[in-house]
Design a protein around this ligand. Sequence first.
Ligand code: AMP
Ligand code: MG
Length: 409
Amino acid sequence: MLSPESALAEVLRVAQPLAPRRVPLREAAGLVLAEAVRADRDYPPFPRAMMDGYAVRLADRGRRVPVCGEVAAGQPWQQPVADGECLEIMTGACCPPGTEAVVQKEHVRREGDEVRLPEETAPGEHIAPPGSECRAGDEILPAGSVLSPLGVAAIASIGLDEVRAIPRPWLAIIVTGSELTPPGIVPGAVEIRDSNGPMLVAMAAELGLPTPRHVTVGDRVETILDALRAAASFDLVCLTGGVSVGTYDLVPEALRQYGAETLFHKVAQKPGKPLLLARNGSQILFGLSGNPLGCHWCFHRYVSAAIARMEGKPVTAAVLSGRITQPLHGKPGRARFVPGLARWQPDGWQLQPQPGVTSADIFRTAKANCYLHIPGNRPVVEAGETVEFSLFTAPCWGGSCTAAPAERE
Ligand code: AMP
Ligand code: MG
């Protein structure tokens, strides 16, 4: 059986960055830029006052001078600053010719129409000269950078309302299981409600994906196949349930009839052993365990990695380490990923395992915020020992990316 590391490597091999397209700036935060962004003019374009105060001549330091007018932000200056006088000026206004410094309002004493200027004022104080932030044509963000809200601000400043970027993938979720009742209907005695669908929608939202298409189908090859065909235009498909070895686990057969190539099926891990990866052209498909925890782990670890890759983001696992508070006893063999509660303490991360009674148990595990990574060759971990873990919410992958999309492979 494939190891978790090999399964992840295969996911990263198969998933490829999506084709860049033009994206409205308001939707572009978190995306990878496909081309460099350059300044359209010098910034600031004029000598900008950086404080509310007075535009002054240095010769008048320590003197009382009349206030001969004012300049507000966005307002053209009416008169230059001459020796023996000053102008009131607001933050963001253009300093008129002759301004040698801006004195902060709090540092002068106003006496009627005059102000007493302080002695200690440096040349150019509180003035940002034209072009001091960037020059026309300067690269302000390189291709390959992940656009942050500050980056959005920089792009808005240069007047662009769209950028060329790698889009987020469109995700379709196909929940399978004849035992699942639709929302709003009281389940029969041996039926259950779907929890995987809402969970995957929430996990997709955490990663900033557009709202996924989400359908629930029974355990019949034809209905699963219909759902697959209806999702043919989606970049990424997550099926849950029906991927194991039971008589009614029909996802592998539906994928075969759909024309998808199965790349692996089953990974030596607990939970999430039945994980399946397939592709159909450029579409990536995951068969996730029906067991809620297996489904959660596999999205956390593998699907999120595929998404990061499709978005052109760097994919270095952010695995931390911490001390476990109580022993974990298991059997050698499969790697285990145990839900836990990580708490930051003055001496490092403290990890309290929150194992479920079974890998279907989302009630005991709903308080967890991380997975403890227990290798298959380390069945027993004693209290106080160090183990690796990954936080649910801090993305497994990501960070800022410096390589241009074309160079990233
Ligand atoms: P399966 O992988 O289809 O054999 O399902 C494994 C277990 O997970 C069974 O107990 C299912 O009833 C349960 N299960 C499957 N799908 C879901 C779902 N969408 N929500 C909650 N439990 C599910
Ligand atoms: Mg099932």
